[in-house]
Ligand binder design. Structure first.
Ligand code: CTP
Length: 212
């Protein structure tokens, strides 16, 4: 299968030297890309700014910075993909206006006006063609199950992988994770704490089965 994976954070520029971002390391998405290659799939990886090597065997890595670049790259690749794993932590908000010159202290405290970014996963869910599989990710601090099930439905996903980033050993800066995999068909699989690669292998097998 042709598998599209997104990973890492995005950066929303404030001015030429500053940006707003999040704590995503990209590890979960890169582990998914590696697991997908191992399973014999053709993998395209869209990556935000991370310091991780491209897993061996990935066909193409597209490096992006902002949420809008993430949207453009992912939506351009989507029609060719049989499955999308949207593991990137895409910014929900971006600057309404990016300052062309560095903001100076002498000019006072800036008021940053934020606007919504495009929700790539939501768009992907609406554009989904028959047979295509779309898997979202949901990082929460508590209430993970309720929120995951809500997003599974509202974004018209086939699968969502939920994790509670406030649990020890889980989430952004860690090498391990514990997740719950929810399917549109009612499947619910809890994956206890283990390496992100081990989680990725289970997610891949649950969502795509063992076929290529
Ligand atoms: N996502 C996306 N595009 C965005 C924001 C998020 O594709 N602009 C994707 C993420 O990659 C992830 C999923 O949506 O797979 C969950 O993101 P989240 O921001 O938690 O979902 P929201 O519905 O925006 O809910 P919340 O209010 O919790 O932010």
């Amino acid at each position: 299968m042709r598998v599209l994976v997104t990973a890492g954070p995005t950066r929303e520029a404030i001015d030429p030297v500053r940006y707003i971002s999040n704590r995503s390391s990209g590890r979960m998405g890169f582990a998914l890309a590696r697991a997908a290659v191992e399973a014999g799939h053709e993998v395209v990886l869209v990556a935000g700014p991370v310091s991780l090597p491209t897993p061996r065997g990935v066909s193409r890595r597209i490096d992006i910075e902002s949420a809008e670049e993430m949207a453009r790259a992912t939506l351009a690749e989507l029609p060719k993909a049989d499955a999308l794993f949207m593991a990137a932590a895409v910014a929900d908000f971006t600057l309404q206006r990016v300052a062309r010159k560095k903001l100076k202290k002498a000019d006072g405290i800036p008021e940053l006006k934020l606007v919504r970014t495009r929700d790539v996963l939501d768009i992907a869910g609406r554009r989904k063609r028959p047979g295509q599989v779309i898997c979202g990710f949901d990082a929460e601090t508590g209430e993970a199950r309720t929120e995951a099930l809500r997003k599974l439905k509202s974004k018209k996903l086939d699968w969502i992988v939920a994790n509670d980033v406030s649990r020890p050993g889980c989430g952004f800066a860690t090498k391990t994770n514990a997740v719950a995999i929810h399917g549109r068909d009612g499947t619910e699989k809890n994956v206890g704490l283990r390496s992100k690669l081990a989680c990725a292998r289970i997610i891949l097998a649950t969502v795509l089965g063992t076929g290529k």
